[in-house]
Design a protein. Sequence first.
Length: 248
Amino acid sequence: MSPTSTTLRRAGLVAALTTAGVLTAAGAAFAHVTVHPESYAKGATDGVLTFRVPNEEDTASTTKVQVFLPTDHPVLGVLVTPQSGWTAKVTTTKLKTPIKTDDGTITDAVSEITWTGGRIRHGEFQDFNVAFGQLPDDTGQLEFKTLQTYSDGNVVRWIEETPKGGEEPENPAPVLTLTAKATGEDSSGATSGAPSSSSSGSDAKSSTASSKSSDSTARGLGIAGLIVGVLGLAAAGFALARGRSARS
């Protein structure tokens, strides 16, 4: 095999592997169970949390989703939005320390929501909307551990904590960041693109905005992979031209 052919093969292999790595990383990121919006203000009231559950299996469908809400920093006034094809079971627990509010003392809070009866197939995702009355104001984040059960019996446990400044674990739990409430911010305290509990239309717009953001990221990663491929081909062409010059 000539030196030129060897160089061409190496350049093509590098380009292919780099492009595949970029696209694989993009797919892995979008396979996680996530909560939207990513942040709310501490003590925010009358908002909506959307749990996005994608199906990451090629040969099985998601048939059950369990979301566990923290009870050390409870979310108050939880209501589940009816989801076509799915049945929601809400479990409450008695709080160790009752919470005093303007409407009275709260002694119980939702600790788990389980959705069953539906099906999320390969290449699909499902949004589960949960309305809340008030978020806690005594913590910087809320972690929602989630179990995703597939039709083949496999259970993916999205329960791992992401260390600060460290790499994201394989199965991270969905995390909602709670920020200091800005001056003049409305009581909902949601960041840009957060769902509103005022109407189902607002929820749909928020879901669409979130989807567009994910699509933009995916397109950006895809374009990066294509650019790498083009650079690899250019390097191969340069190597071929040098080989011809050498022979001349």
